[in-house]
Write a protein that binds this ligand. Structure first.
Ligand code: GDP
Ligand code: GDP
Length: 449
């Protein structure tokens, strides 16, 4: 399967989609040091249930992110969200509110979903308390099969819902794991920023060495490229051929991007140099970091800027603060039209992938962290207790992950974790790469200090 199957939550406002989304993805916090703005507007998450995994998307949240785009502030309606879901998801959950019963707005969405080729599960949320106030029975009349009663707030019925989701997912096709050093890169960005132009330029001379990799989901197609630096898999390049600049296209590309970065080593976020700071682009970069992909920001259409704009220092600072979720994120200024800067893209992708795959030996790691802690000791926490690090080891690479055996994981505050991350980045060359710290309680002696 080309990536995880996608399950979309759709429904009119206030039925409880976000509440359900949060409940289903759980409070699984992969990153110890949350960054403001990263998790607040979460729209996509992974769920594992009964040995299956799928990606879950909250379609209502898409609108908050897309509305900040050039198309202005018209909130997209629920039908648009449902259409975006239909175009890409393997399964749809229509969420309704059994306290309100079936409303005209619900029926509008049902109209869209009736045309769905994929399974639709009808969910009656807010099903709690005494039955007679609830209008659950109305759901039998909408023609989408037997409804499932749940309470997103209490969690009642969500296990049955997950069972039903997993049961209706298409069979997983295992991704053939490449033994070699295949690097997976997602090229993402809003419609019309120049993704396909850049892709074509990258494929250019190497056209003969390009192969299309068919997916088993709707239509994703990856493109494999043999480069001087090694094999490169450009993830979901089929998504780039969709034309248009409508709001639907924005929704479409956002869903696609969230899904693509979830299975990439490197996310190449292409932005239009003339409008480089939109929420959609930043959201994708944030999601890439959460998914553990290293990010490369490509500012395209550089040819359209005048001299003053090109040397605007304030803009560059702003860009850094908007996208630099992992310090050292490369920024490339390119023009797919003139060819400027394009030759730097492939080396930057491979450099990030190499950093992300790096392994640090345990003695080196402990020596470095010992020095960092000595030079800059952790602040003391409540009751004067202080973090103590007994031992550290790199638990995995390709999202460099470090297990820290400490006296009390609670004492690793996020600002100090950020400091440790940055020191690891600087000392071991993890520039631009997300790092995960996993503090574990260790049985070692007393923690007084
Ligand atoms: P969305 O607009 O569909 O994403 O809806 P939200 O998740 O923001 O929820 C809308 C309101 O319904 C909030 O006040 C939630 O607290 C409430 N809500 C969500 N799920 C439940 C539920 O299972 N039971 C009850 N009683 N309220 C819920
Ligand atoms: P996509 O939707 O992100 O794949 O964008 P396209 O590659 O289809 O490009 C959208 C439009 O922008 C096309 O008309 C391109 O010719 C134009 N374009 C792409 N890159 C550049 C560039 O660097 N400079 C200029 N001036 N136009 C560009």
């Amino acid at each position: 399967m080309s990536g995880l199957p996608l399950v979309a939550l759709v429904g009119r406002p206030n039925v409880g989609k976000s509440t359900l989304f949060n409940r289903l993805i759980g409070e699984r916090r992969a990153i110890v040091s949350p960054q403001p703005g990263l998790t607040r507007d979460r729209l996509y998450g992974r769920v594992e249930w009964g040995g299956r995994a799928f990606g879950l998307i909250d379609t209502a949240g898409l609108d908050r992110v897309v509305r900040d785009g050039p198309e202005g502030d018209l909130p997209a309606n629920t039908q648009t969200q449902a259409r975006a879901a239909l175009a890409q998801a393997e399964l749809i959950c229509l969420v309704t509110d059994v306290r309100a019963g079936v409303t005209a707005a619900d029926l509008e969405v049902v109209e869209v979903l009736r045309r769905a080729r994929q399974p639709v599960l009808l969910v009656g949320n807010k099903h709690e308390g005494s039955g007679d106030r609830l209008l659950f029975h109305e759901l039998y009349g909408v023609g989408l099969g037997d409804p499932l009663p749940i309470s997103a707030i209490s969690g009642a019925g969500t296990g049955d819902l997950l069972d039903a989701i997993v049961e209706h997912l298409p069979a997983a096709v295992p991704v053939p794991e490449e033994a070699g050093e295949l690097v997976r890169c997602a090229i993402v960005g809003r419609p019309n920023v120049g993704k396909s132009s850049i892709l074509n330029a990258l494929l250019g001379e190497e056209r003969a060495l390009v192969s299309q990799v068919a997916g088993t989901t709707r239509d994703p197609v990856d493109t494999r490229l043999e480069t001087a630096e090694g094999p490169l898999l450009l993830v979901d390049t089929a998504g780039m051929r969709r034309p248009g600049v409508t709001k639907d296209a924005d929704f479409y590309s956002l869903v696609r991007a969230l899904r693509a970065v979830d299975r990439a080593d490197v996310a190449m976020v292409v932005v239009d140099a003339q409008a480089p700071l939109l929420a959609q682009d930043r959201h994708i970069a944030g999601q890439a970091r959460e998914a553990g992909a290293a990010t490369l920001v490509v500012l395209n259409k550089w040819d359209l800027l005048d001299q003053d704009e090109r040397s605007d220092r304030a803009l560059i600072r702003e860009l850094r603060s908007a996208y630099d979720f992992a310090p050292g994120t490369p920024f490339l200024y390119v023009s797919a039209k003139t060819g400027r800067g394009l030759q730097r893209i492939l080396p930057a992708i491979f450099e990030l992938a190499r950093s992300r795959a790096k392994r640090i030996s345990t003695p080196e790691l402990n020596a470095a962290l010992g020095e960092v802690l000595e030079r800059h000791p952790p602040p003391s926490g409540r009751g004067g207790r202080r973090l103590r690090l007994y031992y550290a080891t790199q638990a995995r690479s390709r999202v460099p992950t470090f297990a820290l055996f400490v006296n009390d994981p609670e004492l690793l505050h996020f600002s100090y974790a950020r400091h440790l991350e940055n020191e690891l980045r600087r000392r071991f060359g993890f520039a631009g790469v997300p790092i995960r710290l996993r503090p574990r309680k260790s049985g070692a002696s007393s923690d007084r200090s």
